[in-house]
Design a protein around this ligand. Structure first.
Ligand code: ADE
Length: 229
């Protein structure tokens, strides 16, 4: 069983459109769909937005399905000028950018009393994802920074650490939480994002505009991964 998650309905809609033998259950008010995509048994659901929802639902699906792999897709803001709207960023590693305990002498993103800071996905999934050829845009392997804030130009002025301390490539609101839960449960995972905006003044408008195209890109990427699994 492969678990495929995204934060919002619009980020998983394309998976549902190609799913066969679909059965739907509801848990805590959120629908979860089991079925088959391209011959592979899959479970598809949204997590809800933010790190807490993503962590809770990731654990739920691991307990329920004991998946062979968990794939998380959706949108992200770019933190680099050369990473453009429509490009794909595969999380080479992921970090919780708003986890900050400097007074304890720890670098940003490190979970206190552990050595966990940058979470590294499954090497085989990363390798396979790096061979993905999208219909549009380029593929980047990069650092995904996760936090409970939607970043626009206003936040970039106060969140300079996304560049300075973390050297981030993309910013979103769930990936590192999913990565943490998967890695603690030793479940192979991958987080892949389509760039929806440049985390600037136009971020909200760009985000809404690209949603349909981005979900199609996520579906193509997941189909590529399923073929290679
Ligand atoms: N997801 C997509 N764009 C984002 C942004 N600018 N900030 C946080 N999460 C996002």
């Amino acid at each position: 069983m492969i678990v495929i998650l995204g934060a919002m309905d619009s980020e998983i809609a394309e998976f549902l459109s190609v799913m066969e033998q679909r059965e739907t259950l509801t848990w805590q008010g959120i629908e979860e769909h089991s079925g088959v995509i391209d011959g592979h048994p899959v479970l598809v659901s949204k997590t809800g937005v933010g790190k807490a929802m993503a962590a809770m639902r990731t654990q739920h699906f691991i307990d329920k399905a004991q998946p062979r792999a968990l794939l998380f897709t959706g949108l992200a803001g770019s933190l680099k000028l050369h990473i453009r709207i429509g490009d794909t960023v595969i999380g080479r590693d992921l970090v919780q950018h708003d986890l900050e305990s400097k007074v304890l002498g720890l670098p940003r993103g490190q979970i206190p009393f552990t050595d966990i800071r940058f979470l590294v996905p499954d090497p085989a999934l990363l390798e396979s994802a790096s061979r993905y050829q999208p219909a549009e845009g380029r593929v980047h392997l990069g650092r995904i920074c996760t936090g409970d804030q939607f970043i626009t130009h206003r936040e970039m002025v106060s969140h300079t650490y996304l560049h300075d301390e973390l050297a981030g490539d993309a910013v979103e609101m769930e990936g590192a939480a999913v990565a943490l839960v998967c890695s603690l449960n030793q479940v192979p995972y991958l987080v892949a994002r389509t760039i929806s905006d440049m985390a600037d003044d136009d971020a909200v408008a760009d985000f809404n505009e690209i949603l349909p195209r981005a979900s199609h890109n996520s579906l193509n990427l997941v189909r590529h991964l399923l073929r290679e699994l």
